[in-house]
Design a protein around this ligand. Sequence first.
Ligand SMILES: Cc1cc2nc3c(=O)[nH]c(=O)nc-3n(C[C@H](O)[C@H](O)[C@H](O)COP(=O)(O)OP(=O)(O)OC[C@H]3O[C@@H](n4cnc5c(N)ncnc54)[C@H](O)[C@@H]3O)c2cc1C
Length: 309
Amino acid sequence: MVLQKALLAASRRPGLRRAVTGNPATRRVVDRFVAGETLDEALSVVRALHADGVAVTLDHLGEDITTRAEAERSRDAYLALLDGLTALGLGADAEVSVKLSAFGQALPDGHDLALELVRPVVEAATAIGTTVTLDMEDHRTVDSTLAALAELRKEHPGTGAVLQAMLVRTEDDAKALAVTGSRVRLVKGAYDEPPTVAHEKKKDVDAAYARCLEILMAGPGYPMVGSHDPAMIALAHELAAQHSRAADSWEVQMLYGIRPDEQRRLAHAGTRVRAYVPYGVDWYAYFMRRLAERPANVGFFLRSLVTKS
Ligand SMILES: Cc1cc2nc3c(=O)[nH]c(=O)nc-3n(C[C@H](O)[C@H](O)[C@H](O)COP(=O)(O)OP(=O)(O)OC[C@H]3O[C@@H](n4cnc5c(N)ncnc54)[C@H](O)[C@@H]3O)c2cc1C
């Protein structure tokens, strides 16, 4: 827990980034979780995953930007990404995930700015037969992100949301979003949240995840089970059977580089599987959250830090 908090705090301090990039061995650890720094590298990962039966949601990395110009650059990067996806012709098998903080959500009048800049991205996605999912960041952003979702869904009902089981409010949010046409990715939550708003113990987060999953799987929407946890994936299959869900009415989502064999195994066995594929130069905060999630990843990373090549 102490290590996890330290890594999450370090994710907000980019100073360490140089140490990580400067060493070829640590760079390889980053490459395990990040599909490259360029669009071309990301698109070749998309092609390889698709050949294996795994769909994708692409994340152009970048968050917590501080100027309008940076927010506009995020919009432009996503428009270029959707242009690149057009050529692949994968339709809904290649969607995109956005963090509204990369579109200026935290700036003054940031809610309106983020909505203004993300709208053309959602329109471009609809034009090529795919969707956008709004990632969820720390608890202070939830109201603004869900309000943006409601606005975007008026014209683009397939726009997806993410709910974090660790937040106490999420059961109510899951009930509100378990409606026809709604796409909801349920995750445990990757941010260091205060006990006033979040379940603190892992067993409480897991129990909340199970309750929210039950709500979403029982409803008429399209649940996206964002977890690597075998217990949650087994529960999702049980609930799908219990609620007589067709195989194409829900999906499992995992992060690129985590349990790739399991992603392929599930896909070959008939479960819809989508990998979350991040790419871009701003990989530092994303990478540090992945280390914080799993002590084994930290060991792997620290060993590579002391390896010369
Ligand atoms: C597609 C996707 C999108 C996400 N989007 C968001 C978001 O928008 N906002 C947000 O806050 N968080 C997001 N997350 C992160 C999420 O909140 C969790 O931090 C992360 O998924 C870890 O939780 P877990 O459910 O995998 O289970 P954990 O409790 O971390 O792990 C449970 C079990 O899963 C297995 N497992 C986990 N990791 C590994 C591994 N590396 N190798 C092998 N087995 C493993 C192990 O059996 C482990 O005991 C996303 C996650 C996914 C998969």
